[in-house]
Design a protein around this ligand. Structure first.
Ligand SMILES: Nc1ncnc2c1ncn2[C@@H]1O[C@H](COP(=O)(O)OP(=O)(O)OP(=O)(O)O)[C@@H](O)[C@H]1O
Length: 594
């Protein structure tokens, strides 16, 4: 309950901050709409009495009042709806802004990889869309309380026993929930069939799968299997719906009995002269509203609970993500690397993982060198790169940048001096110029700088295929967006990685897997060439991760990672001479290409 109140306060606070006038207008309209319903009942009663007594003027006046109350009851909540729809859109934008800030708020990316927090972020992304329901529930709740108070006072004036009517609304409420639970259970039980059936539908209709479906002649099989699953699921749901309806009717009968009892009570009083005919009409109308009010209250409580849990989740994540940034102060990174980067007895485990991804890593990456990292899948190559970029802190040991612990460098300033291309690079659906230019935001509008970066990445030829050159929109989201192949997207990512002119660290973590070996080789050659040019100015270290040994042989230093440990370090010639794993794998790949 406390959570619900806290959630309501936050929600109201957000609406108030977004637009006071609309917030007030929404509440007033909703309240008028809600109170109009019991007043309509009062009007009906008074009108009846006036008609029975032959006071036609009063009757007409009450008739007009009834009509006005009916119009207010029917329309005001609709006007309020329009207002809080706009408010909720503003609140959603505000929520999205918070969520984006949260997703990027931490210095590292650990919160994206801790299952619990990643789940919370995903859930929040969906729940953010529920603001309208939350606001509706909040404003609806306020006006409902008003309406209930007015109704209760009116009922008590007719007969104190009528105050028990809300209790009689509990059984239908309970059976309603029971019916809902039964339906939910049936949905859960049939969820797998529905999911599978939808999956098969996607397989049968998606353009991505069209080729395989035809080659393997799967159409008939898919259609048949889908129809079978769908029939099973709908039969189960139909049974559950029937049972739920019967349960619900049973509950409603209890309220109906109390309703009839209440009306008879007033009818008896009317026959003894204690109440007028209008009072009977009033009782009939009010009692019907009680059932409605209790049902609405419970539905609103559910929405408010949901809203409150959204806020709670947001607060929990904010507390974890937006902790103090230990690296926001301290030495700025050097203008030029003199000694290089050293891994000093580094051990690392991913958050929420017991496995050790890197252990006992002692490694020197000299300033100005080109370093290649090789190793089997899962050996720990990308993890090394992530630590270098400061996405995670070592669990033990230190990374020293010219003798200074990386933890003591302002991490944003350090990242500003990194040029990187990752294996899971992003396909920015922007203009081609922007998709490359985001590699150095200061130069995003500088077509010449973007073109030069693409050229360095051996991707300039790509522009010949784009109708608008650098100004071509990319991707399916634009009606006239250019569709690129995997390799072409990768060239853009590489161009992006080469936008920054004076980095201290250049990282290419297998962003070239979609390129053919020859293209990759040529690219790395140019990349290493450029790295050496940059190295002469800033002492930059270049780290290349690749599975292609013909490419990595050009590096000054090759690091072989095995099971999270550094297994071998040396130049190509040294490692081949040593006859270890590198020599073995190099010979194997060389033979395969012969
Ligand atoms: N986010 C993560 N959470 C938990 N464990 C992870 C995570 N990412 C990687 N690992 C584990 O850490 C180990 C090293 O992974 P890493 O990605 O560094 O390997 P890699 O050498 O780059 O492999 P590949 O060549 O396949 O890219 C693996 O055992 C992997 O399962």
């Amino acid at each position: 309950m406390i959570n619900v109140l806290a959630g309501c306060r936050q929600l109201l606070g957000t609406a108030w901050r977004m637009d006071r006038a609309r917030t007030i207008a929404s509440i007033v309209l909703m309240a008028c709409g809600a109170v109009a319903a019991p007043l309509l009942a009062v009007g009906l009663g008074a009108m009846t009495d006036a008609v029975v007594a032959g006071r036609w003027r009063d009757g007409a006046l009450y008739g007009v009042l009834v009509a006005v109350a009916a119009i207010v009851s029917l329309t005001f909540s609709h006007f309020a709806h329009v207002l809080y729809f706009e408010l909720s859109e503003l609140a959603e934008i505000d929520f999205d802004r918070k969520l984006i800030a949260l997703s990027n708020g931490a210095v590292g990316i650990a919160h994206h990889e801790q299952a619990e927090q990643a789940d919370s972020l995903t859930v929040l992304q969906h729940e953010g869309r529920r603001f309208r329901t939350g606001l509706e529930a909040l404003f609806g709740g306020v006006s409902l309380v008003l309406a209930m108070v007015v109704t209760a006072v009116l009922l008590a004036r007719l007969h104190p026993l009528l105050l028990l009517l809300p209790l009689a609304a509990i059984p239908p409420l309970y059976t309603g929930r029971l019916a809902e639970r039964r339906l939910d259970a049936a949905k859960t039980a049939n969820a797998e069939s529905v999911r599978l059936s939808l999956n098969l539908f996607g397989l049968a209709t998606s353009s991505r799968h069209a080729g395989e479906v035809r080659v393997f002649r799967l159409e008939e099989q898919l259609r048949h299997r889908r129809a079978e699953l769908w029939a099973n699921a709908t039969a189960g749901l139909h049974r559950a719906r029937t049972a739920a309806a019967v349960t619900q009717v049973a509950g409603q009968l209890v309220f109906a009995a109390a309703y009839v009892g209440g009306v008879l009570l007033i009818l008896r009083d009317a026959t003894t002269g204690r109440h007028s005919v209008g009072a009977v009409v009033l009782a009939v109308a009010l009692a019907a509203q009680v059932n409605q009010q209790v049902t609405t209250a419970v539905a609103l409580m559910q929405d408010l609970y949901r809203m409150a849990s959204t806020y709670r989740r947001l607060e929990q994540i904010s507390a974890t993500v937006a902790g103090p940034d230990p690296t926001s102060a301290g030495h700025p990174p050097p203008e030029r690397l003199r000694a290089g980067i050293v891994f000093d007895d580094v051990e690392f485990s991913y958050p929420a993982s017991d496995a050790v991804a890197l252990r006992g890593v002692d490694l020197a990456l000299p300033a100005g060198s080109v370093v290649a990292v090789v190793g089997e899948n899962g050996a720990g190559k990308t993890t090394l790169v992530k630590l270098l970029c400061g996405f995670y802190q070592p669990t033990r040991g230190r990374l020293l940048v010219d003798g200074v612990d990386l933890r003591e460098l302002p991490i944003e300033a350090w990242r500003q001096r990194i040029a990187a291309g990752f294996q899971d690079f992003v396909r920015y659906e922007l203009l081609a110029r922007q998709a490359v230019g985001v590699g150095d935001l200061a130069q995003i509008d500088d077509a010449a700088a973007v073109r030069a970066a693409l050229d360095r990445a051996r991707g300039a030829d790509l522009l010949d295929h784009l109708p608008g050159g650098l100004e071509t929109p990319l991707g399916k989201r634009y009606a006239d967006g250019a569709e690129l192949s995997g390799g072409q997207w990768q060239k853009l990512a590489l161009g992006r990685a080469l936008m920054r002119q004076t980095p201290l660290l250049l990282v290419l973590d297998e962003p070239t897997s979609a390129l053919d070996p020859e293209a990759e080789h040529g690219l790395f050659e140019r990349y290493a060439e450029q790295s050496r040019r940059v190295a002469a100015v800033t002492g930059a270290i270049t780290v290349l991760v690749s599975h292609r040994f013909s490419t990595v042989r050009m590096a000054d230093r090759i690091i072989v990672v095995r099971d999270g440990r550094i297994a071998e370090v040396g130049s190509h010639a040294e490692l081949v001479r040593a006859g270890g794993q590198y020599a073995e794998l190099y010979a194997l790949q060389a033979r395969a290409y012969q």
